[in-house]
Design a binder for this molecule. Structure first.
Ligand SMILES: Cc1cc2nc3c(=O)[nH]c(=O)nc-3n(C[C@H](O)[C@H](O)[C@H](O)COP(=O)(O)OP(=O)(O)OC[C@H]3O[C@@H](n4cnc5c(N)ncnc54)[C@H](O)[C@@H]3O)c2cc1C
Length: 507
């Protein structure tokens, strides 16, 4: 039986009802069913910020098509270490989701995931040479055995006709395709996860409840919550707090006052998509086609033309066109950025401003871009695109991490970072990349850091963790047989086996 708690006491408080908190809540409840968990969400429903389907690209990032995960070294060789890391993280997500489907906690995997080939597409001989080298480096590793390369225009046209039709025949192009790619509706997944907890003893979620502050109380926390509808306040005590508030995490981390959070700042990047819901067009593109980033652009603004599966319909999404807004959340305030400046982070912020002129210029350029220029960018990927089929869609807000750096004063970081109190009683998640795809890997890190003593040797938690994630504790990058087993099994359960198992075993 769960330990009875009063309304104002809980074992765990999670701030925000996006994919991160939802994943952590389900993980913790599986590991310890009697744990009391409360989620506070300031909006009226879950997944209305970055995790919403239309606020992100829905790519199941497994480093199959994103060229920024395979930088070229100065000697010309390709560094695939980051790609292998991201690739392995997505396999953790696949295992956890497959476990939940097998448990019937998620009834239908196609409520949130669909197979969509992940492709890279480049133009010009220099980029083609890079792509070929990248293909050679990746496909020699067992994690990428399904990857295909082609510089044959007919073949590429078969893979993604819309990108090739109407293209200048003299253009030098090449592409890779990986059919194990996926499109994920992270908003639907968040709802699936939270629905699986609904009615469970010791779990509750409260909407229109904004967490305004946090203060230490004994070896736990007092969480100050405001009812957004009535204006009423209440304090809730918790032994552990996870700040999974997306763009709202930084201000709350600052309010917690933990020394580990000193010096962090945020750099907000907004985004816009072009979206096409015309079934006659959308049904002809069965791929996510990623290109190369422009000079000075942040890695997450690489243009891509994606097939999306949202609410039973197929659409196309192109972008993102990055932009700059001082808001930290789509439903945030223009004062967010200014409110986050404090004596600890002002120098790192100034240093980042000084060292990232190309990025600033790029973002200003994107903000000033006309509709005509946006369509010109789309036509580089879809030459015959008809303007009438497309509409603008505002993307989610990303807050990139700025932190202190002994050499430069401050650095801008495009990844995800967990900031944890020394006693493990609080963790905040900052940053947004690779994002929702790696929610399971990141939340496992939270469990390891903050509940590490429960994960020892053959403990109940450890056994449960291995049941949920059979590869837990093993490196899939080093164990080809295990990876093959994991992919085959999770692919079958999630019904995303685009590449026939027979085809793979024959290789
Ligand atoms: C343009 C764009 C494209 C992306 N593309 C991809 C992609 O293709 N693949 C991928 O894997 N990831 C992608 N991402 C990243 C991904 O969307 C995020 O990493 C992920 O959704 C973050 O989830 P979260 O739960 O941390 O935050 P969110 O989903 O933003 O949830 C945070 C929640 O906290 C709530 N909140 C905030 N402050 C408070 C408060 N004080 N009190 C109570 N509640 C609060 C918010 O209302 C919100 O509901 C993309 C992001 C963007 C913006």
């Amino acid at each position: 039986m769960p330990i009875p708690t009063t309304e104002n006491q809980s074992d765990v408080v999670l701030v925000g009802a996006g994919i991160m908190s939802a994943t952590l809540a389900v993980l913790l409840k599986e590991l310890q069913p009697h744990l009391n968990i409360v989620i506070f969400e300031k909006l009226e429903s879950a997944a209305e910020e970055s995790s919403n389907a239309w606020n992100n690209a829905g790519t199941g990032h497994a480093a199959l098509c994103e060229l920024n995960y395979t930088p070229q070294r100065s000697d010309g060789s390709i560094d695939i270490s980051k790609a292998l890391e991201v690739n392995g993280e997505f396999d953790l997500s696949r295992q956890f989701w497959a476990y939940l489907v097998k448990q019937r906690a998620i009834k239908d995997p196609q409520s949130f995931i669909h197979p969509v080939p992940h492709c890279s597409f480049v133009r010009g001989s220099e980029n083609v040479a890079f792509l070929k080298k990248r293909f050679q480096a990746l496909s020699s590793h067992h994690a990428y055995r399904e990857m295909e390369y082609s510089d044959d225009k007919k073949q590429i046209e078969e893979w993604f006709p819309l990108v090739m039709e109407g293209r200048n025949p003299a253009e030098i192009v090449a592409a890779t395709r990986n059919r194990i790619g996926t499109d994920v509706d992270y908003g639907a997944l968040t709802d699936d996860l939270l629905n699986s907890l609904s009615g469970k003893e010791g779990f509750s979620i409260h909407f229109s409840k904004r967490v305004q502050g946090l203060s230490r109380i004994g070896d736990g926390w007092s969480v100050q919550v405001r009812d957004e509808q009535t204006g009423a306040h209440r304090d809730v005590q918790a032994k552990f707090v996870f700040i999974g508030a997306g763009g709202g995490s930084l201000p709350l981390l600052q309010k917690s006052g933990i020394p580990e959070g000193h010096g962090y700042a945020g750099f907000p990047v907004s985004g816009i998509w072009l979206r096409c819901d015309n079934p006659a067009v959308a049904s002809r593109h069965d791929a996510k086609v990623y290109g190369k980033a422009s000079v000075g652009s942040p890695p997450m603004s690489v243009p891509h033309l994606d097939r999306r599966h949202v609410e039973g319909k197929i659409s196309l999404l192109f972008g993102p066109y990055a932009g700059f807004s001082t808001k930290f959340l789509k439903h945030g305030s223009y004062l967010d950025l200014f409110g986050s400046i404090d004596p600890e982070n002002i120098l790192p912020m100034l240093a980042v401003g000084r060292d990232n002129v190309a990025l600033t210029e790029y973002l200003i350029g994107q903000v000033l871009e006309s509709q005509e220029q946006r369509f010109a960018a789309l036509r580089e990927y879809f030459p015959k695109a008809n303007e009438a089929d497309w509409k603008l869609e505002e993307a989610g807000q990303r807050v990139q991490i700025i932190k202190k750096d002994p050499t430069h004063g401050g650095i801008l970081q495009f990844g995800t970072e967990l900031v944890t109190a020394a006693d493990g009683s609080l963790t905040a998640m900052l940053g947004a990349s690779p994002g929702a795809s790696t929610a399971v890997a990141v939340m496992i890190k939270v469990v390891e850091r903050c509940f590490g003593e429960k994960l020892k040797n053959n403990s109940i938690w450890m056994r449960k963790m291995r049941e949920m994630i059979p590869s837990y504790g093993h490196s899939l990058a080093q164990d080809a047989e295990l990876l093959q087993r994991v992919r085959t099994e999770t692919g079958a359960v999630l019904n995303i086996n685009n590449v026939m198992v027979k085809e793979l075993t024959a290789k």
